[in-house]
Design a protein around this ligand. Structure first.
Ligand SMILES: Cc1cc2nc3c(=O)[nH]c(=O)nc-3n(C[C@H](O)[C@H](O)[C@H](O)COP(=O)(O)OP(=O)(O)OC[C@H]3O[C@@H](n4cnc5c(N)ncnc54)[C@H](O)[C@@H]3O)c2cc1C
Ligand code: SF4
Length: 499
């Protein structure tokens, strides 16, 4: 029997990472293989099985966290890894709400943990680690195999975009019996999971096996097909009973300062895509490699951290990160009460590696003011100044320069790329926030055309993309059949809890 006081007696522990210096020598995932299972039972046992589980409501997927915690809580005790645990039942509960828990278990910032009742004044349950342990075990044991539909329904659905939103929608619709075809303009499916997020955070064989699973269930993929250019949107409307637009939100924010067009100044996504292509075996080396160069990354989010980890692995001479925001507080500040997901100082695995390699500082309140050319006309330096706290403008008299041969702009995204042909062909409009307009049920003004994922929400998180994909599948299923049994975890207007 699990210890009912474990939340009190067992300290929170997370799975261990490989040594930072060792990690810099490869592009494999940063965690130590095998470090998760032995600790999961004890950590899941810390869950209090709350009457009102805030972890569950903070997750857009509505993950049944206390249920799977309870089911694996007694594993890993007394040297008997499986004593009292029911991993298969836990996997069934996990897969009931999440198509791709191995992605969220590795990549989600875990708003569920911020909202865990234990986080009010202590350390949350390691929900993400437990999720991952169950997800990986389900794969190994074959509990998460293909689930083709019992009957084909005869209706056809096109999904445009193969990121987590498009894939979740396609899987739900295929399993419901609709003949679903995913169109992807890139040569490989996966969206930002493929060409954005580096393999040291998600090894791509995990994506491949999901794609194989979707194919085995009956989903079709047409990669290298840009809808709007290679195939007109009208053709999809005529050939399919419904169209789901899940094209993401990858229009990169610019930095309108002198020198932004210099050779050597690049958008982060351009840089990360090339690095991922090297890993896919498409080219021996990235044309934008950081090797031997002084690198400056402008920006402070996930994308910036991925650039940092990538540049370090490419053996940059130095990497400095300029973040215009002030350094966040170490702990939850009073303006960000539980259960909101707080802005606190986070050291990513890339920052840990940067410290180990003594690669360069992370400068907060730094306003980038320009890029300077060298005698060859290429980037030679980045100029920046201290940012004024109120309007973040550069403070007079504080300007200085950093030598740089590569500058990467990781300033976030303004919305979907303005693809005029696609928008005109499918009758899509953009709303005031720059995202594709839709009603609360994901429907656009064009009959039979729906919008899901970042395209409708703006650049967000994988967990929201999966929730949108599942929800739009339920809407489309109802549109096609008049009824649905598919779960719809969110409405299009649902947002994370904020203050
Ligand atoms: C570098 C980086 C790191 C990130 N890290 C994390 C993280 O750690 N955790 C997390 O939760 N979130 C992270 N995110 C955010 C997350 O990746 C996105 O929120 C998520 O991928 C959105 O899914 P999506 O399916 O809506 O769109 P996307 O993943 O962007 O996929 C859209 C797809 O549509 C395709 N497409 C576009 N137009 C067309 C067309 N006309 N025809 C055919 N195909 C088209 C695109 O090629 C793309 O493959 C990160 C984002 C970036 C950029
Ligand atoms: S809020 Fe935390 S302690 Fe409560 S059920 Fe969820 S994971 Fe368990």
């Amino acid at each position: 029997m699990a210890d009912r006081m474990a939340f009190f007696t067992t300290p929170r522990a997370e799975r261990t990472r490989r040594d930072a210096r060792e990690r810099l020598g490869d592009r494999q995932e940063v965690y130590r293989p095998g470090s998760l299972l032995p600790m999961v039972g004890g950590q899941a046992g810390r869950c209090m099985d709350c009457g009102l589980p805030f972890c569950h409501s903070a997750c857009p997927l509505g993950n049944l966290v206390p249920e799977w915690n309870r089911l694996v809580a007694e594993s890993g005790t007394a040297g008997e890894p499986d004593a009292g645990a029911d991993w298969q039942a836990a996997a069934a509960r996990l897969l009931a709400t999440n198509n791709f828990p191995e992605f969220t278990g590795r990549l989600c910032p875990a708003p569920c943990e911020s909202a865990c009742v234990l986080a009010i004044d202590g350390a949350a349950v390691t929900i993400k680690n437990v999720e991952l342990a169950i997800a990986d075990r389900a794969w190994e044991a074959g509990w998460d195999g293909p689930r083709p539909p019992e009957r084909a329904d005869g209706r056809r659905v096109a999904v445009i975009g193969s990121g987590p939103a498009g894939l979740a929608a396609a899987q739900q619709l295929t399993r419901a019996g609709h003949a679903t075809t995913v169109y992807e303009r890139a040569d490989r499916a996966g969206g930002l999971l493929r060409y954005g997020i580096p393999p040291f955070r998600l090894e791509k064989h995990r994506l491949e096996r999901r794609l194989d699973q979707l194919r085995a269930e009956g989903a079709a993929f047409r990669t290298g097909v840009w809808v709007g250019r290679d195939v007109p949107g009208e053709e999809l409307r005529a050939g399919y009973d419904a169209v789901v637009v899940a094209v993401g939100a990858t229009a990169c924010r610019d930095l309108p300062v002198p020198g932004q067009d210099l050779s050597g100044v690049h958008q982060a996504m351009e840089y990360l895509t090339w690095a991922n292509r090297v890993d896919e075996g498409d080219c021996p080396a990235s044309p934008l490699s950081a090797e031997g160069r002084h690198v400056v990354i402008v920006g402070g989010g996930d994308t910036a951290a991925d650039c940092l980890g990538t540049a370090l692995r490419q053996r940059a001479a130095s990497v400095t990160q300029l973040d215009i925001n002030p350094r966040p507080p170490q702990r939850r500040a009073s303006g960000q009460p539980w259960p909101v997901h707080p802005k606190v100082y986070r050291e990513t695995t890339s920052h840990e590696e940067s410290c180990a390699a003594e690669a360069g500082p992370r400068v907060f309140e730094a306003a980038t003011v320009g890029f300077e050319p060298g005698p060859d006309g290429r980037l030679a330096a980045v100029r920046f100044a201290e940012a004024e706290p109120v309007d973040r403008s550069p403070r007079a008299g504080t300007e200085r320069s950093l030598p740089a041969q590569l500058a990467l702009l990781a300033l976030g995204f303004t919305g979907p790329e303005p693809d005029r042909r696609l928008f005109a062909q499918l009758g899509l409009a953009t709303g005031p926030e720059g995202t594709l307009a839709r009603d609360d049920g994901f429907a656009t003004a064009t009959e039979g055309v729906f919008v899901a994922g970042d395209a409708g929400r703006g650049q967000s998180l994988i967990v929201w993309a999966i929730a949108e994909g599942r929800a739009v599948a339920a809407v489309v299923d109802r549109y096609l059949r008049g009824w649905t049994e598919l779960p719809a975890p969110i409405r299009a207007s649902a947002r994370a809890l904020t203050v």
